[in-house]
Every structure is written in structure tokens, then in C-alpha cells.
Design a protein around this ligand. Structure first.
Ligand code: NDP
Length: 337
């Protein structure tokens, strides 16, 4: 069983060499009387929150990885053996699995059965999995959006951002996204239907850039990056604006996080800024699927993936998230069947 092992806790930017590929010969079997499930992993998801698990933490919403053990994360897998009556041999599932060829999934780990196989299976790491639910719950449940409102999305071409933009357009909002390259900016406008987009790396003054696209201010900010962008956005929010704090990727590799200077805007503009964690909203998953599956099949919602081939490519794919190398959702193929 080939595995991706975290060698040690990481400081600063993660590197490929923080991980190594090893072989384990331990046979995976469901222990007598247990509700565990043994799976063959097909697709693995690279997600920014995994960076926080590479450091020693206590009292966080997720646990640290264990150095010397395989990395764990979301993935799509096939059931080989099941002690849980809800899953049968041959079922396809998505949920928390290991970065390895075969895993044993314990009953406390999130695991969903895949019913609709009429779409690319890898989508269950993205639009039909955790990032999809993040975009849906973060936008519809946290932002209380209304038709005609102005929406700004950062890291807009990524796994979550590309969907937030499309959901906001479906509702009739004016949507602008920021991303880190010309190729991504073009994608936002030509493929995902954003009204405008800009490359934040080319802007000397983020405040001026936002004023250019939002002369009357921003109603909704879907926050993915934090830091300087959040500071500039606060100055450009409208009265009673809403900020869904989804992530702050610009801060994840810093030992000392940057201060945000313009928080007073929360008071003067009566802004509601709310952090959220996707798994609090998993009860809405069936409702989300009911909405999004027909939209995918009708070609009304599109999804761009960046697919790395083979378990060996997983460390480099994960590290690439923090330099913006991924274009769209970063997936790793472990096996096609
Ligand atoms: P992406 O697919 O968007 O990949 C990460 C992207 O972040 C990169 O491609 C890069 O794009 C951008 N980025 C990297 N470093 C920086 C930086 N220093 N400053 C600005 N942008 C940077 O990731 P996801 O869509 O999966 O995740 C987006 C955000 O959502 C993350 O912050 C993540 O932690 C958060 N999240 C939160 C969840 C929750 O439950 N709250 C659940 C899932 C995700 P670019 O080239 O544009 O810079």
C-alpha cells in the first residue's frame, strides 16, 4: 500500500520534501464487530486547510497530522469491504480518507455514498463535494444574498471561488473576482461569467482597484485570502454589507499573521462579518445536490479542475496551492477504477 507520509511538522511554506512516499505492507481488514469500511482510493483532494494540519495545534476544529503517518484528506473511493450496513462492497463514496492506495475509514469519519455517477467522479472532490458545499453554504446561508447586489470574490478561480461567482450570477448579482494570473483572470470572465476580474498581483493599490470595479461599494465579500485584500475590502464595503469569512490563504504560511487595520469599518458601516466551517452545513448536502446536479448536466454551471496524475504527484500538487500553480480545483488521480 503506497502512502504519502508527512515527515515532520512544517514551518513557513510547505515543500514537496516535507512529504515522502513509502510502502506499507499492513493488510487492511475491517476489525471483527467494527463499522469501519476498507476502500480503494480513486481521487484525492488538495485543500488549503491541510496546511494548518501540518503544524502542531491544540483545540482547533481539525486535528494535526501525525508525523510519520499518512496524510488524510477528502477523496473519492470504492468500498472493498464494509462493517457498516450503510455501505456495501462496490459502492462509490466520498469523504475523509488517507493519502494512500487503500484506506480503512473509521465510523467517526465523514463518508457519503455517491448515488449519481452520471458526472465525472472527480467532481466529488470539488463541485459535488466539500468545496461545492462551501461555496453553496457560504454564499446562500452566510451572505443572505439578494438579486442585484454587488459581490466580490477573492481566489476567485479556485475550487470554491469559481462556484461562488457562478452562484452569484445565477441569482442576478454583479460579480467581480480577483486571481493571481492573466490566465485565471481570463477564465473568470470567459468561462465562469464574472462581470469583471483583475489580477491582484498587478495592482499597486488594492483600494483603488476595488473602487474602479465597485464605485458604489460592495454588498457581499466572499473572503478567501485575508491580509491586505481584506483591509482594502473593508474600506469599500457598503452600509449593512456582509462578509463570509471562508478562508485566509495569504496567512497560512506566516509564522506571524498580518494585522488588519480597518476593522473599525464593521462598526461605522454596520457590516456583518461571519466565519463559517463547511461541515456545519453538511445536512444541506441533499438540497445542494438537487440544485446543482441538473445545472451541471444542463451545462449551466461549469467546473474547471487541475488534475495531477498518480499518488507520487500528490505532494507537489498540494504545495502548488500556496503559489497559485493550480488552475481550478486541484485533484490527484490515484486510480481510475
Ligand atoms: P483554491 O483552489 O482557490 O487554491 C488556492 C488558491 O489560493 C491558489 O490557487 C492561489 O490562487 C490563491 N493563493 C495562494 N496564496 C495566496 C496568497 N498569498 N494571497 C492570495 N491568494 C493566494 O483553494 P480553495 O478554493 O479550495 O480554497 C479557497 C479558500 O477557501 C481557502 O482560504 C480555504 O482555506 C477556504 N476554505 C474554507 C472552508 C471552510 O469551511 N471555511 C472550506 C474550504 C475552503 P491565485 O493564483 O489567485 O493567487
Amino acid at each position: 500500500n503506497k502512502q504519502v507520509i508527512l515527515k515532520n511538522y512544517v514551518t513557513g511554506y510547505p515543500k514537496e520534501s516535507d512529504m515522502e512516499i513509502k510502502n506499507s505492507t499492513i493488510k487492511l481488514k475491517v476489525p471483527e464487530g467494527s463499522k469501519a469500511v476498507v476502500v480503494k482510493n480513486l481521487y484525492l483532494s488538495c485543500d488549503p486547510y491541510m496546511r494548518s494540519r501540518m503544524r502542531k495545534m491544540e483545540g482547533s476544529y481539525v486535528e494535526s497530522f501525525t508525523p510519520g503517518s499518512p496524510i488524510t484528506g477528502y477523496g473519492v473511493a470504492k468500498v472493498l469491504e464494509s462493517g457498516d450496513p450503510n455501505f456495501q462492497k462496490g459502492d462509490l463514496v466520498w469523504g475523509m480518507t488517507g493519502w494512500e492506495e487503500y484506506s480503512i475509514i473509521t465510523p467517526t469519519q465523514t463518508l457519503f455514498k455517491i448515488h449519481d455517477k452520471d458526472v465525472p467522479l472527480s467532481y466529488y472532490t470539488g463541485i459535488l463535494g466539500m468545496p461545492g458545499m462551501t461555496a453553496y453554504a457560504g454564499f446562500h446561508e452566510v451572505c443572505s444574498p439578494k438579486k442585484g447586489e454587488t459581490v466580490f470574490v477573492s481566489a476567485a478561480s479556485g475550487a470554491v471561488g469559481q462556484l461562488v461567482g457562478q452562484f452569484a450570477k445565477m441569482l442576478g448579482c454583479y460579480v467581480v473576482g480577483s486571481a493571481g494570473s492573466k490566465e485565471k483572470v481570463d477564465l473568470l470572465k470567459s468561462k465562469f461569467g464574472f462581470d469583471e476580474a483583475f489580477n491582484y498581483k498587478e495592482e499597486q493599490d488594492l483600494n483603488a482597484a476595488l473602487k474602479r470595479y465597485f464605485p458604489d461599494g460592495i454588498d457581499i465579500y466572499f473572503e478567501n485570502v485575508g491580509g491586505k485584500m481584506l483591509d482594502a475590502v473593508l474600506l469599500n464595503m457598503k452600509l449593512h454589507g456582509r462578509i463570509a469569512v471562508c478562508g485566509m490563504i495569504s496567512q497560512y504560511n506566516l509564522e506571524q499573521t498580518e494585522g488588519v487595520h480597518n476593522l473599525f469599518c464593521l462598526i461605522t458601516k454596520r457590516i456583518r462579518m461571519e466565519g463559517f466551517i463547511v461541515f456545519d452545513y453538511y445536512h444541506l448536502y441533499p438540497k445542494y445536490l438537487e440544485m446543482v446536479l441538473p445545472q451541471i448536466k444542463a451545462g449551466k454551471v461549469v467546473y474547471v479542475e487541475d488534475v495531477a496524475d498518480g499518488l507520487e504527484s500528490a505532494p507537489s500538487a498540494l504545495v502548488g496551492l500556496f503559489s497559485g500553480r493550480n488552475i481550478g480545483k486541484q485533484v490527484v488521480i490515484v486510480s481510475r477504477e
